[in-house]
Design a protein around this ligand. Structure first.
Ligand code: DC
Length: 202
């Protein structure tokens, strides 16, 4: 059986946690597609051509331990605007989405471009301040020395670039269910997502 859950939204809205928890709840596989762009972006920081980097990504690149830094996030957002980079990553994502046993993919264009036929599409948002606060806690917990203003600026710059690009911009699919997590605890957001998915499983 194949069953695809597409979860999109801006940076730090809660997609990652919701996706992981939902996948664990239903026993589905989970792919954080942002990691593909982060791994590609990270390789460009060493001087590799972005298209070449995307075409030759390997498990070692995806397992790198410094993919979560703000610098790599910005590089990811920049390479993500290059159509050939996106093209190089499509087949892997679609194969993952249609694997047997169910799959959850989170990103920016999953419901619109990668899996337009996904059985469930969620678009997860939260206010800028809430997103920056959550990301700040994550980064400071990992030992990064960064201010709230820097985090907010990083998120806004990326969202603007990710939304403005011509190929596969960040936007909700017309048939996506909107999930605003600003006022929700993570548990409530996950429970709501599970409820929506359960309804579609029939
Ligand atoms: O989800 P994330 O913050 O790890 O993603 C990092 C960047 O990668 C994001 O700013 C835009 C890009 N991205 C994308 O363009 N399409 C996706 N499906 C996932 C991420």
């Amino acid at each position: 059986m194949t069953f695809t859950v597409a979860i999109d939204g801006p940076a730090a809205a809660g997609k990652g946690t919701i996706s992981r928890e939902v996948a664990a709840h239903f026993g589905y596989a989970h792919l954080d597609t942002g990691l593909l762009y982060r791994a590609t972006g990270r390789r460009t920081l060493d001087g590799t051509d972005p298209v070449e980097a995307a075409r030759t990504l390997g498990p070692g690149d995806l397992g790198a331990d410094d993919l979560r830094t703000p610098e790599v996030a910005q590089a990811a957002s920049r390479v993500a605007a290059i159509p050939e980079v996106r093209e190089a990553l499509v087949d892997f994502q679609r194969a993952f989405a249609t694997r047997s046993g169910g799959a959850v993919l989170d990103g920016r264009d999953i419901g619109t471009v990668i899996c337009p036929d996904a059985q469930v599409k969620l678009f997860v948002t939260a206010s800028d301040d809430i997103r920056a606060t959550r990301r700040l806690i994550e980064l400071t917990d990992k030992g990064h020395d960064i201010s709230f203003e820097q985090v907010l600026d990083d998120l806004r710059q990326r969202d603007a670039r990710d939304s403005a690009r011509t190929t596969a911009p960040l936007k909700a699919a017309e048939d996506a269910v909107l999930l605003d997590t600003s006022e929700l605890s993570i548990k409530d957001a996950v429970d709501l997502a599970i409820e929506i998915i359960s309804e579609r499983q029939g």
